[in-house]
Design a protein around this ligand. Structure first.
Ligand SMILES: [Fe+2]
Ligand SMILES: [Fe+2]
Length: 481
């Protein structure tokens, strides 16, 4: 699908201009995003803002079309029907603007080449004010009453109609939806944890609302969502960690035969597993170096603190009991090591065994200021299945390998035939054959552009797993693209 999209991108250029639409579209997105940010900060007469407005109008005019449509769908933008694929550096800008659209349930914007400064400014003022799902209707009404007609908002249903014939394959669309779901879950986790900090008790029903779409999604198609847990460079990694652990635990539970209600239960418990960290000072949590004995003692109290906080939830439910148990047990080990130590040597619960493995796997592969580089997911698997395996439940380890695959997303592979591949997501049908993207071998640091992703062929033998320092490619950027 990408091949088709990128070929089209190369063919489509603005008339009379050699720049391809995808380049001009990228400029348009960055100008619009910059202008919206500027408008939040400054008054209308600010000179910098006027310059930004002019730059946006110039970007529209540079398309040399009477009308320019900018549509957001999943994780992608389409400009005049051409899908744009952001490079690693423009991913944050794309995401920021997609989030602006999403908050207003808005499908896109249509600009006329005759749009002027005053009309643009008053339209964007209304847009910034209307942060709710009826924004499109309000914008329509206000622009109609003002007699403005050179810029308008597009309904999401119109976007679907316009983009469905534009070459987006089911795989790309699927990945886009998974990313939307993931970012929504991270936002949900942030709100949940912040609220817990304020009120002193977690809202279990809110946690369930965050988890339910993940369960539904994983039961339909697990691969792309599990693949997203490999992305660690989040602004909000603390919350992304809780979402990652929840996704991995639900998937592992699914592989171990848990029922649908149990999957929701383990998802909620996993989302709340680190609730006790709310009681750990941020200086200790974010300390850029090894912790001293006193700081370790504070950290080691977070399972008990988590149990206490969750126990304050009003009422009594199975959901609450399992969340308390997981919060308390997620750093214990099946061989009675770990913390907190309990005198009677009571065995860990099933949910705790699963969440403990998901948690340590995600933590080992996360960036830490005091580590030169995190373990790759493949190295983490080797560690957990090697010398550390006595600590963990064997069935949970088996489920982890099957959930993330033998070569988890982000793993660099050299095949026997000399190809260098990046694993981008697992393949539920065969953990040995991930979905891969080919990287160019010469020059060695360049990713092959426009290559469609593919499932590793059964006849293609993996000769080596390469450490990231051997292939100078931005793995996170590739996974985010
Ligand atoms: Fe923890
Ligand atoms: Fe954790």
């Amino acid at each position: 699908m990408r091949e088709r999209e990128d070929k089209r991108g190369d063919e489509h250029t603005a008339e009379g201009d050699n720049l391809p639409i995808c380049t001009l579209g990228g400029v348009l997105i960055s100008r619009l995003n910059g202008l919206l940010r500027g408008m939040r900060l400054y008054g209308a007469s600010n000179r910098a803002l006027l310059a930004q407005q002019q730059e946006l109008l110039d970007a529209v005019k540079a398309m040399q079309a009477d009308e320019v449509s900018l549509l957001g769908m999943g994780e992608y933008f389409y400009v005049n029907g051409v899908r744009l694929r952001p490079d690693a550096s423009s991913v944050p800008v794309f995401r920021a603007l997609l989030a602006e659209f999403e908050v207003r349930r808005m499908g896109g914007l249509r600009f006329s080449a005759h749009l002027g400064m005053a009309e643009l400014e008053s339209f964007l003022r209304v847009l910034l004010r209307e942060r709710h799902e009826n924004a499109t209707a309000v914008l329509k009404a206000e622009t109609a009453s003002a007699g403005a007609s050179h810029i308008c908002a597009i309904q999401p249903r119109d976007v679907r109609a316009q983009t469905s014939t534009e070459g987006e394959g089911p795989e790309d669309h699927d990945r886009g939806q998974a990313r939307m779901l993931f970012s929504r879950a991270v936002r949900g986790a942030r709100i949940l944890y912040q609220r817990t900090r304020r009120t002193g008790k977690p809202a279990l029903q809110q946690a369930r609302r965050v988890v339910q779409p993940i369960v539904d999604r994983l039961l339909r198609n697990a691969d792309s969502l599990v693949g997203l847990t490999a992305l660690k460079r989040h602004d909000e990694y603390t919350y992304a960690h809780c979402v990652n652990v929840s996704i991995l635990s639900i998937r592992m539970g699914q592989l171990l035969g848990l029922s649908r209600p149990e999957l929701a239960g383990i998802g909620v418990a996993a989302l709340l597993h680190d609730t006790g960290k709310l009681m750990v000072p941020t200086e200790v949590l974010g300390k850029p170096g090894p912790l001293d004995a006193e700081e370790w003692a504070v950290i080691r109290r977070h399972p008990m603190e988590g149990l206490r906080i969750i126990s304050r939830t009003p009422g009594l439910s199975e959901l609450m009991l399992s969340a308390m148990r997981v919060a308390f047990e997620h750093h214990r080990n099946v061989n009675q090591t770990g913390y907190p130590q309990v005198r009677d040597g009571r065995a860990m619960g099933t949910f705790s065994r699963i969440v403990a493995v998901a948690d340590v796997f995600d933590a080992l592969t996360a960036h830490r200021t005091y580590r030169e580089r995190p373990l790759t997911a493949h190295e983490a698997l080797r560690l957990l299945l090697g010398r550390e395996c006595e600590q963990f439940d064997r069935a949970a380890l088996w489920a982890l390998v099957n959930a993330v695959g033998l070569y988890p997303a982000g793993t660099l592979l050299r095949t026997a035939s000399g190809r260098v591949l990046l694993s981008v997501s697992p393949n539920a049908r065969d953990p040995r054959r991930p979905v891969c993207r080919e990287l160019a071998t010469a020059p060695r640091d360049e990713a092959a552009p426009n290559a469609p992703d593919f499932i590793l062929d059964a006849h293609e033998r993996v000769a080596h797993v390469l450490p990231p320092e051997d292939v100078d490619v931005d793995v996170e950027g590739q996974l985010a693209a």
